[in-house]
Design a protein around this ligand. Sequence first.
Ligand code: ARG
Length: 467
Amino acid sequence: MNEKPWQGRFEQPTNRQVEEYTASIHFDSRLFRYDIEGSIAHCRMLGECGIITHEEAALIIGGLGEVLREMERGDLSLDPSEEDIHMAVERRLIQKIGEVGGKLHTARSRNDQICLDMRLYIRDVIRHCRALLLAVRKGFVETASCCMGMVMPGFTHLQHAQPVLLSHHLMAYDEMFRRDDERMADCFRRADVLPLGSAALAGTTFPIDMEYTARALGFSQVTRNSIDAVSDRDYLIEFNSAAAILVMHVSRLAEELILWSTSEFAFIEISDAFCTGSSIMPQKKNPDVPELMRGKSARVFGNLMALLSLTKALPLAYNRDLQEDKEPVFDTADTVLSTLRLLSRLLPEIRFKEERMRRMAVEGFTLATELADYLVGKGLPFRKAHHVVGQIVQHCIHHGKGLEDCGLDDLRSFSKLFESDVSAFLNINAAVNRRSSPGGTASSRVEEAIARARDEIRSLERELPAR
Ligand code: ARG
């Protein structure tokens, strides 16, 4: 068994079950790169400030580099006696370079160290997430551009409402993902604060230079309160909230793709490579990818609830409870990143059935509003026009025909305001293009939206480093 760094005041060795129960090495081992990167910066700072000598700093940094390479090779013990990643790295370091390795932990505590690791980690996750969101947005914008001109029924209450451009519907998702990206960028700003130097909770007596460490690790700010620094988990909760909203958006898209794949809708076909079959029904081709995207949102919501419950009513400053923040955060990050990665690849695998969508776009009297608008144009108050067209729809239902099958005589039996120019109003493309209010479905507006999104994507590409 390993001797614990904190063994000094203890007379008995740790109970094995206690060791297992309290260990976090089996999940926080994935932080090893951040832990070592943070230690290297900390050690440089200790050397610069004369808290340890430059020779000692060089020895420690060299040793940490070796530990890093070992761990990168997968040589990492997950035995509970290692306790956590901080202890595992330190123990390896001391094994390699001897007692001088014990100087690394000067002027810090595991309480501020774990916060540093998690901030470094979450910054990376957010950068990755934003790069993937960008790829997803590109996919939507390019698909919307390719599908320009395809018409589909727009829905309210999942009932046919008014015809819209498919591109307009797709660009609605681009808006959601744009806001998700803004939330991630905002969350990044608050995660981007150096906690190291807060030590256990009260700060340290050593003459440290936190600005130096912050610069070395690329943090734009240094913590303003050491008690807050070791107990704050807002940045993780915030990331998980933004992630929850993001996967909620994905679940709405997924649900639509699932519906649109049914023989009832038959708006799309997802390629074989992105579907799976049934072990019993030979004919089946199932949309498992969107189903799992929809399903996986549940765990992200659960993780958010876990983090909120974990921190609720927790007294200041550090409490060991906080160790429980890791798994939900890791799970959310893994889920969001894998979902976005696949989503960016899914779009090109979708074939839109243009004819079917166009046929369905007039089904269910979706041009009724056109007729009402026509009557309003002739001076009838909208409420009255609504009523007249409602009666025309009822007439059509009784006679089993569509609005576009009504002749002028039919229409005039409901209102003398109908004249021959009404035929232009019963046209699906005209119906779409007349909705040219800002953000409307008219081709001109959708093209405008696509151009604007392309500009945004270009400037985000400059801002976010390529992955
Ligand atoms: N494994 C701990 C965590 O994740 C690291 C900090 C432990 N600090 C302590 N004093 N036991 O929160």
